[in-house]
Write a protein that binds this ligand. Structure first.
Ligand code: NDP
Ligand SMILES: O=CC(=O)O
Length: 325
């Protein structure tokens, strides 16, 4: 009889995912609503060979308390919470959940573009407050999304799903910046490759969709906001730290850009008294890019399968790139 590997999961699971893991592993789940406290996590990881998490930092400190750990599976595509070097030193591999969330996140990016362009949240508050007394004067105007120019920084899986909506659904002109060209996106959506400064200077909407890495930390700051059109709308659904937040606040306050739609922040949850929350030209969401029931269930099942495959030492397309070789 084969011994099942001991696995710890730090959040509740949909029933089919729980059943799948229970079939293949000795399963220990943190069922509380609150995040598992650090000392409890250390205790639960003491014997664990596998760990499934949604964003817990995996670093030397945590790995120290998990001497038997062999695989960490994150229920996210972003894996900036992995200290890859520390994991490699200890022979722990990491997996993630790309692809299953692309379309859902792209929908949310469009919600931020449309919501900021047409001032949806601001004008909803206006109606609810009883201040709507007259017809639709200029004070309620927004800007068009259709046929505008969209600049995507980070034309990867999600960036391409945004580009498809923009080009085929909204007749937008799509331009993008990556470190490498995307010939298929150029062909399929007429997307044009631009140097970053040129993209910033010529886009009506700038969407940031890169991973958070040392190279993208603070990628968009005062200089970059200064290059954008004063009428431009900035959307960030990547990670908060890709943007210099104080510089964004200044750009929004001074009118250097028109508005910002943000799903991610440097510090999450965003404190209610954060300067971004006091500006009328921001649309702020609580990191819900992939948050539909179906997509979250699909992500959880993929993460569970990734964990089992990694513990068996199977080659998997969902190992994070740094662990493939
Ligand atoms: N808000 C939310 O809820 C969600 C947020 N995300 C975030 O979105 C990110 C992207 O996901 P996904 O599309 O699957 O990732 P991909 O890896 O498919 O795409 C990322 C793109 O960014 C580009 N890129 C990477 N580094 C740089 C750089 N230094 N400068 C410019 N471009 C760069 C890459 O191209 P190249 O290598 O050629 O530069 C690639 O095309 C995730 O890592 C995550 O942080 C994801 C899901 C949900
Ligand atoms: O932010 C979410 C992710 O999947 O990455």
């Amino acid at each position: 009889m084969t011994v099942k590997p001991h696995v710890f999961v730090d959040r509740k699971l949909p029933e089919p995912v729980r059943a799948y893991l229970a079939e293949h592993c000795e399963l220990d789940i943190w069922e509380e609503e609150d995040t598992v406290p650090r000392d409890e996590l250390n205790r639960r990881l003491a014997d664990a060979e596998g760990y499934m998490t949604s964003g817990r930092r995996i670093d030397d400190g945590l790995l120290e308390s998990a001497p038997r750990l062999r695989a960490v599976s994150t229920v996210s595509v972003g894996y900036n919470h992995f200290d890859v070097d520390a994991m490699k030193r200890r022979g722990v591999v990491g997996t993630h959940t790309p692809e299953v969330l692309d379309e859902t996140v792209a929908d949310l990016v469009f919600a931020l573009m449309l919501g900021t362009a047409r001032r949806v949240a601001e004008l909803d508050a206006y109606v609810r407050s009883g201040n709507w007394k007259r017809g639709d004067g200029e004070g309620l105007f927004g800007i068009d999304v259709h046929h505008a120019t969209l600049g995507i920084i980070g034309m990867g899986r999600i960036g391409e799903a945004v580009a498809r909506r923009a080009a085929l659904g909204f007749g937008m002109k799509v331009q993008y910046y990556n470190r490498s060209c995307k010939a298929e996106a150029e062909q399929a959506y007429g997307a044009e490759y631009k140097a970053m400064d040129e993209l910033l200077a010529t886009s009506d909407f700038v969407v940031l969709m890169t991973p958070l890495t040392p190279a993208t930390k603070g990628l968009i700051g005062a200089r970059e906001f200064g290059l954008m059109k004063r009428s431009a709308i900035f959307v960030n659904a990547s990670r908060g730290a890709t943007v210099d937040e104080p510089a964004l606040v200044n750009a929004l306050r001074s009118g250097a850009i028109r508005a910002a739609g943000l799903d991610v922040f440097d510090k999450e949850p965003l404190p209610g008294d954060h300067p971004l929350a006091s500006l009328p030209n921001t649309l702020l969401l609580p990191h819900i890019g992939s948050a539909t029931a179906k997509t979250r269930d699909d992500m959880a099942m993929l993460a569970a399968k990734n964990l089992v495959a990694a513990l068996r030492g199977e080659a998997s397309p969902y190992l994070v790139p740094e662990f493939k070789s």
